[in-house]
Design a protein around this ligand. Sequence first.
Ligand SMILES: Cc1cc2nc3c(=O)[nH]c(=O)nc-3n(C[C@H](O)[C@H](O)[C@H](O)COP(=O)(O)O)c2cc1C
Length: 312
Amino acid sequence: MKIYFAPLEGITNHIFRNTFDGIYGHVDKYFSPFISPSEKCAMTPKERKDLAPENNTGINLVPQILTCRSDCFIKAAAELHEMGYSEINLNLGCPSGTVCAKGKGAGFLPETLALQRFLDDIYSYGESGGVKISIKTRLGYYNPDEFYDLLEIFNNFPVSELIVHPRIRSDFYKGEPRKEYFAYALEHSKNPLVYNGNIFTCKDYEELVNSFGSALDPVMLGRGLISDPSLADKLKGLETQTDFAKFKQLHDTVYHGYQDVMSPDINVLYKMRELWSYWQALFDGKERDIKKLLKAKKYAEYDEAVNRILQG
Ligand SMILES: Cc1cc2nc3c(=O)[nH]c(=O)nc-3n(C[C@H](O)[C@H](O)[C@H](O)COP(=O)(O)O)c2cc1C
């Protein structure tokens, strides 16, 4: 089975990706958090650094673009192609208010005529330039039944992989994924499919396999793989339990990686807090120390709490 690491803005940057891949690995593709190119500039210096091949060695990385303008997509894709990338992912799922208000992400889904023209342009570029284009989409903006028309549109293009997060925009990341629409996609998509949404445990995965069988391959994991970094190993049958020695290595390497490039303490600690909002589920009974760690303003306070948590 193939496992893809979902893009998570603010979390799955090159520091996290490299660390994760070095310690755990067994992820077949990583997707970068989106870049949002403008007419003038394909990516910011920070985004360029995050995507630089020298900062992603040995990782199968697919950069993601968020835009509703084909000229901006093509310009950014051409730069990424020159950097060595052969697949680019289009974000049609971001539910954020500011993104959707600009007609991007999930906000592009109701504009079906404009979307078709956009796809005409970018797939002409992709075919002539030898660049594969995959799509990560939701079911629709207002209503999941929008997916029927959207799938017909996607079927007109050589989508290298169609990653379906079976929710609509107003679901954000909450509630049960609308799995029946993924079943519809399995029957009607002409393009290869990838399932994404709410796989947090082996049981979640097994339930999906019971519904979809061997067609559930690849799967894309996001929050589940952050929350339990051993999840890919567990799904692949390589581990049965969360390996806390590996977890400590992941924690320490990411923490020191941020310390090398960020200051003051609090900025690094903000990044670590976001990770702990996922990791805390691994540490039942450690709620007091986790609370301290989430409130820490200086490395010394944070280190003390982490040591208590990780020493068992
Ligand atoms: C904090 C956060 C940031 C995200 N950033 C992105 C992003 O940059 N691009 C994208 O396509 N999806 C993004 N997503 C959506 C995830 O890639 C994924 O589709 C979603 O979390 C559902 O999968 P999961 O249930 O396995 O987490 C983000 C989600 C979260 C929670």
